[in-house]
Design a protein around this ligand. Structure first.
Ligand SMILES: [Zn+2]
Length: 443
């Protein structure tokens, strides 16, 4: 493009932006919604309060209490037969990845070759809606999302094009050469086939550049592959990841699959350990001492996934982590298609693992909610049903403090003050718009 053309286009853009700023839409009073909650759960304290009113103004919670006056003209949502609680968090998923038995035999190297980023971004929108319908209002989306389909999903939701959970996304997973792939030399060297599924970063210069690339392209957390290859990262490498991410206010999540990798990541002071295979009593004690999150992705043994032996190991690890008071988050890595199930149904079925570990219902609920908000780094804006927080909440029949399985059947979902699901039926009309109603500047 010639520079005069660039100048013209830029001037036009600036003029448009300025005109937009000078002529705001007429101010309308924000909608007030009053929710009558039969019970209201605070998962942080494990308590339930009866007959509460939650006042929602616009996208935020204005007030919560038993004897609140309902303002004239407010929309009233009657959940007096239900229990209201914060939305749930899946702290590890890949919404723009769906590998399948048919055609790729569950090998995601093939999924990546066969599915374009564009089709994966559309899958991500659908998967996000499926997660929200199951009551997950936050998803930490940790890579394997093509060429930043995760950023596209987050931005589309935040700008107001489509409904979906709050997305805390990592952009492309950064790893030693090859990432989690084992490409042939000709595909890796002549076709650069690892990108965009992984960013190769082997030297310190490459580490800094890769972190900055992800932040530039919309990452909100940095995901690294600690030990996907025999040339695993050193403690110094990972300290560099942590400091470079922190320079922009981001945390580092580390995929681990070896004990030595996990040990080094813990030594380096990483924010969260993703997966739990190599974690043992000694490493759990180190994690507890340093306040490092265990995002264990504990797959249950079901007719469609896992093995009895593997599950026994997983459950023993969860019991050990819980006994050592490690900070734990509910997380699934549910990035595959199970015919007959939604992405949300696959995710919530991970409750089987938490119950098998003998963790009491109030603790599981806290892990599903409070801990999820914290590991996602959003706990000051979103999560608790308290004045000033984003108006996200769900409602279920029964009491999850007594029977955690009631969260499998979510009757009501509110996101950002808008009703997404009511009486067990998804009604998302209010979430769809023909433009970026929340602003095109959201990146
Ligand atoms: Zn994963």
């Amino acid at each position: 493009m010639k520079s005069s053309v660039v100048t013209f286009v830029l001037s036009a853009l600036i003029l448009t932006a300025t005109l937009g700023a000078q002529a705001p839409a007429p101010q309308q009073p924000p909608t007030v919604t009053a929710i009558r909650a039969g019970k209201l759960i605070d998962p942080e304290t494990g308590t339930a309060a009866a007959n509460q009113v939650i006042l929602v103004e616009g996208t935020r919670i204005r007030d919560v209490g038993a004897n609140l006056a309902i303002p004239a003209g407010a929309n009233v949502v009657d959940l007096s037969a239900l229990t209201v609680l914060p939305g749930m968090v899946d702290a590890h998923n890949h919404l723009a990845l769906t590998y399948k038995t048919d055609p790729e035999n569950n090998i995601y190297y093939l999924t990546y070759v066969m599915d374009s980023t564009a089709i994966r971004a559309i899958q991500a929108v659908s998967n996000g809606i499926q997660m929200l319908s199951s009551g997950f209002t936050v998803v930490r989306d940790l890579g394997n999302n093509g060429n930043y389909a995760d950023t596209a999903l987050r931005v589309a939701i935040e700008q107001g094009w489509v409904p979906g959970p709050t997305i805390v996304n990592s952009g492309i997973i950064i790893g030693g050469m090859g990432g989690q792939f084992f490409p042939t030399p000709e595909m890796a060297k002549d076709h650069n086939i690892v990108y965009p599924e992984y960013l190769d970063a082997d030297t310190h210069d490459e580490i800094i550049k890769a972190v900055r690339q992800n932040i530039l392209f919309g990452a909100k957390v940095i995901k690294i592959c600690v030990d996907c290859k025999p040339y695993l990262y050193s403690i110094d490498d990972m300290k560099l990841f942590v400091s470079e991410a922190a320079n922009a206010g981001l945390k580092v999540a580390g995929h681990v699959q070896t004990r030595e990798g996990a040990r080094r990541a813990i030594e380096a002071g990483i924010w969260s350990i993703e997966h739990s295979g190599p974690l043992d009593d000694e490493l759990h004690k180190m994690m507890a001492a340093k306040g490092i999150w265990r995002v264990g992705t504990e797959t249950p043994f079901t007719p469609y996934r896992g093995s009895k032996q593997g599950f026994e190991r997983t459950v023993a690890g969860m019991k050990n982590a819980y006994a050592n008071k490690v900070q734990m988050a509910f997380s699934t890595d549910a990035d595959y298609y199970i015919p007959g199930m939604t992405r949300g149904e696959v995710a919530i079925n991970f409750l089987l693992s938490w119950k098998a570990a003998g963790i009491p219902a109030p603790e599981i609920l806290k892990i599903l909610t409070t801990n999820g908000f914290k590991v996602s780094g959003i706990e000051k804006q979103r999560g608790p049903i308290k004045p000033g927080f984003a108006a996200d909440m769900i409602a279920v029949r029964g009491n999850p403090l007594e029977d955690i399985d009631v969260v499998r059947t979510v009757q009501f979902v509110m996101k950002n003050g808008m009703v997404f699901k009511q009486n067990g039926v998804v009604t998302p009309e209010k979430f769809f718009h023909g433009g970026p109603v929340n602003g095109w500047r959201i990146k």
